[in-house]
Design a protein around this ligand. Structure first.
Ligand SMILES: O=P(O)(O)OP(=O)(O)OP(=O)(O)OC[C@H]1O[C@@H](n2cnc3c(O)ncnc32)[C@H](O)[C@@H]1O
Ligand SMILES: [Mg+2]
Length: 216
């Protein structure tokens, strides 16, 4: 009998959670969400890079909960806006804005510009409570659509047109999006290294009992 490892997916974004669960579904781990625990203080995502913020979220969660944790920090970079919204993607139109308000602001700002190139970037950090972490990152290139289209996915997906599939990300199924997206690509590396990651977690966890769940 083998014991499996529990891993907390440290995100409050339901769209991301769903994609990440799908990307990790074939692996021998027990995935926990933040909702599985009581109230947890929110991490301030004040880093200058996706790397910094992903590490902050993963290491903070691991430390507070005593489990290995995986965080994703990601965002949209628009060429004609000098890489904005970038690390500010989640709060581009203000803290309480909706996804629609955020992408409407981008459409407004690039109105009339000929260069509509954009990219999504994603950094995954997997951390243990004592601090060490592993990092994976990827990028996906596309263009900003003239108008929003599609209702799948989340965030900026309705305005992110992916030329190879001639659709916006919001017009793709979750499986199709995961097969080409920034998050999907970063997780492909996680998947390839999964055995090594499990060994690394076991070696770096301070207390062995809590994060190992018996399989029945
Ligand atoms: O920090 P957590 O709790 O994970 O959730 P979040 O929504 O705040 O996530 P980020 O801090 O990483 O902010 C990234 C923002 O970029 C956008 N984004 C990231 N990945 C995306 C994707 O695959 N499709 C569309 N928009 C995406 C989306 O609006 C996110 O809110
Ligand atoms: Mg966030």
């Amino acid at each position: 009998m083998q014991n499996s490892i529990a891993l907390v997916v440290a995100t409050r974004n339901k769209g991301k959670t769903s994609e990440i669960r799908e990307l990790l579904k074939d692996f021998p781990i027990e995935i926990k969400n933040l909702d599985d625990f009581g109230p947890i203080p929110q991490v301030e995502e004040d880093g200058d890079t996706f790397d910094e913020n992903a590490y902050k979220k993963a290491s903070f969660t691991a430390r507070i909960l005593g489990y290995p944790a995986l965080a994703d920090d990601s965002g949209l970079l628009v060429d004609a806006l000098d890489g904005a919204p970038g690390v500010y993607s989640a709060r581009y139109a203000g803290e309480n804005a909706t996804d629609e308000e955020r992408y409407a602001k981008i459409l407004q700002e690039i109105k009339g510009k000929t260069n509509r190139k954009a990219a999504f970037e994603c950094v995954i950090s997997i951390a243990v409570p004592t601090g060490p972490a592993l990092t994976y990152e990827a990028r996906c290139e596309g263009v900003i659509a003239e108008q929003p289209s599609g209702s799948n996915g989340f965030g900026y997906d309705p305005i992110f047109y992916y030329p190879e599939l001639k659709k916006t990300f919001a017009e793709l199924t979750q499986e199709e999006k995961n097969s080409v997206s920034h998050r999907g690509k970063a997780f492909r590396e996680v998947q390839e290294e999964f055995d090594k990651i499990l060994i690394w977690i076991r070696q770096n966890m301070p207390v062995q009992e809590k994060f190992i769940c018996s399989e029945d």
